[in-house]
Design a protein around this ligand. Structure first.
Ligand code: ZN
Ligand code: ZN
Length: 339
């Protein structure tokens, strides 16, 4: 099915891709379901996760590098609104957080580089980012969260912790690195994650869940050694089941990005689209994992997201699905496999 879709996409001109996607949802071909596996669950599971990263994510982005700080500030504005919505509908999510955001402030070390103790990425390029000159931390303002609010977020992290909803704080590396085996040594990832673990533990949090920045999955054994239990990764299907990988980590499928696309779709279409994931996850008793960047479009937050969350709450109250954090899914999968 996937190959057929790829061929059709190649035949259709780019401006028709949105129409094609919409059509596939209308025909209920999307979201796709892994029908080759037997589900171990008694009902559908919905997971929501956020890549909480602020300006760090966009520094070396090929498309958004110039507006990294603007993106960080947009995220800062959105997080309290998102927390209010999750509180209204009582929906816990996993906030995969860049470690630097835990800091109140930081300062230049000797040699005038930020974070002299942290190892650096070698220059690299991947499909989304290009790091080809200067120091990896060259954009770090070496300031504090009041003066450089796009780069630090201890106040927002406290809001997440203090929310009456039982959110999970997960990890998104310390400085938003590429974690692939190709571009990242196990030593680099080890130091990055250890920094995150120490900063989180100062707030009484144990990190268990990992979202690799930009989908740069890799170095699983390092993750396992440091006590993580799971990570997010897209499979060939939108709706699928998690599995325990060779390193003993639970791989949780990734299904759908919640945000406005460059298509001129109505709020209704976006809502219908997201709800179709919930419906199919419920029907097949599998996992749908909806994820987003908190820097998402504010129109989407106001006009689309509340309706998606309302439907989720209703489906959960009806007993059609359960809403779990990534850490909770990993525990569930481990318990089932131990039975
Ligand atoms: Zn810093
Ligand atoms: Zn990211």
């Amino acid at each position: 099915m996937r190959w057929l879709y790829k061929i059709i996409r190649r035949i259709f001109p780019a401006q028709w891709h949105g129409l094609l996607t919409a059509l596939l949802y209308d025909l209920r071909i999307k979201p796709t379901v892994n029908r080759k596996v037997k589900t171990p669950f008694s009902k559908g599971i919905i997971v929501l996760s956020a890549d909480f990263e602020m300006a760090w994510a966009f520094r070396y982005s090929k498309t958004k590098g110039k507006i990294a700080e603007e993106m960080g500030l947009r995220e800062r504005e959105n997080v309290p609104k998102l927390l209010t919505l999750f509180e209204k509908y009582q929906i816990p999510i996993t906030w995969a957080t860049v470690g630097h955001l835990f800091l109140d402030s930081c300062s230049k070390g000797q040699g005038l580089n930020a974070h002299p103790m942290m190892p650096r990425h070698s220059f690299f390029e991947n499909s989304n980012w290009s790091f080809s000159s200067g120091d990896w931390y060259q954009h770090d303002p070496c300031s504090n969260y009041k003066d450089a609010p796009a780069w630090y977020a201890p106040d927002l992290i406290d809001q997440i912790i203090q929310s009456p909803v039982d959110h999970e704080l997960g990890c998104h590396t310390f400085s938003h690195i590429d974690c692939t085996d190709r571009n990242c040594s196990s030593q680099l990832l080890n130091v990055e994650l250890t920094a995150c673990i120490e900063l989180a533990s100062k707030k009484g949090i144990q990190l268990k869940s990992m979202v690799f920045p930009g989908g740069t999955n890799g170095n699983y054994s390092t993750l396992k050694e440091l006590g993580f239990t799971n990570y997010r990764k897209a499979t060939n299907y939108h709706i699928d089941i998690p599995f325990i990988n060779d390193d003993g980590l639970v791989q949780i499928p990734s299904s759908h990005n919640l945000d406005r696309s460059n298509q001129n779709w109505s709020a209704k279409r976006y809502i219908r689209m997201a709800n179709s994931f919930v419906k199919k996850a419920s029907k097949h008793k599998m996992v749908a994992h909806l994820w987003f960047h908190p820097s998402m479009d504010s129109w989407y937050i106001e006009n689309v997201l509340p309706h998606i969350l309302e439907n989720l709450k209703k489906s959960s109250n009806n007993g059609d699905i359960e809403i779990l954090t990534m850490g909770a899914v990993a525990n569930k999968v481990k318990n089932i496999s131990n039975d």
